[in-house]
Design a protein. Structure first.
Length: 237
């Protein structure tokens, strides 16, 4: 290992790094209900139910369907603890194709059998496909954020909802681990949110892809924990 004290161009700090607000250290601090939000992403029939978009593509729903009861337990615990709960719903297809660009149609035609978004719609509004997958459903008092891309922050009101409540930590859950949940977690971290990523509160259609996202998030974007760890932290508040 080179001696950085003598390496040309390497500046060593002589004073502590200045932090402009109290740092949240440890899971219990991060998930305190007064500054924590549980974000449930795209737990919709199109992604979870037989007959939905993913099942029509031949996707294996086993991992996703096994995750849903665990997520419901986390949602119930968040409500009991008084944490902010917000749902995210995706809308892709519309009659006039308001949201799908040529880029998205090209990607789908090249990688998804040329049928998604062309032969059948994906997450059309006001449809069974776009409805929440039981038993994961919002209460009337809980907001539903509508997105049109993988990132739940992109051109939505999610950031406004969080900032208005003084949220500092987001718990990112739902479908799918390696696409919409990971993209949202990355964006949350970029926006200076603490990210808590429950390993058993998200799912996708490949356990390898799920595991890869957990490694990436843990290394660079947030804290990977279990649902039980989060619930135990709330019990200790």
């Amino acid at each position: 290992m080179p001696d950085t004290n003598s390496t040309p161009g390497v500046r060593m700090r002589t004073t502590p790094v200045k932090v402009h607000r109290p740092m949240l250290r440890g899971l219990a601090e991060k998930v305190k209900p007064q500054h924590c939000a549980l974000i449930i992403i795209d737990v919709l029939n199109d992604f979870c139910a037989p007959g939905g978009m993913v099942s029509r593509e031949g996707g294996d729903l086993t991992f996703v369907q096994a995750m849903v009861p665990r997520l419901k337990r986390l949602i119930d615990a968040a409500r009991a603890a008084g944490a902010f709960v917000a749902f995210v719903r995706n809308v892709y297809s519309t009659d006039e194709n308001w949201y799908l660009s040529d880029v998205w149609i090209e990607q789908a035609s090249r990688r998804r059998n040329g049928e998604v978004f062309t032969k059948w719609d994906g997450c059309p509004p006001n449809s069974w496909q776009n409805d929440f997958y039981d038993p994961v459903r919002p209460l009337p008092s809980e907001p539903i954020v509508v997105k049109h891309r993988y990132n739940a922050f992109y051109q939505t009101d999610l950031d406004l909802l969080l900032r208005g409540r003084g949220i500092r930590t987001i718990i990112t859950t739902g479908i799918s681990t390696n696409i919409c949940v990971e993209t949202t977690a990355r964006e949350g971290f970029i926006r200076d949110d603490y990210v808590v990523f429950p390993s058993d509160g998200t799912a996708c259609y490949s356990e390898q892809s799920h595991a890869a996202t957990l490694r990436v998030v843990s290394s660079h974007f947030g804290e990977v924990v279990t649902i039980d760890q989060i619930i135990d932290a709330w019990k200790e508040k």
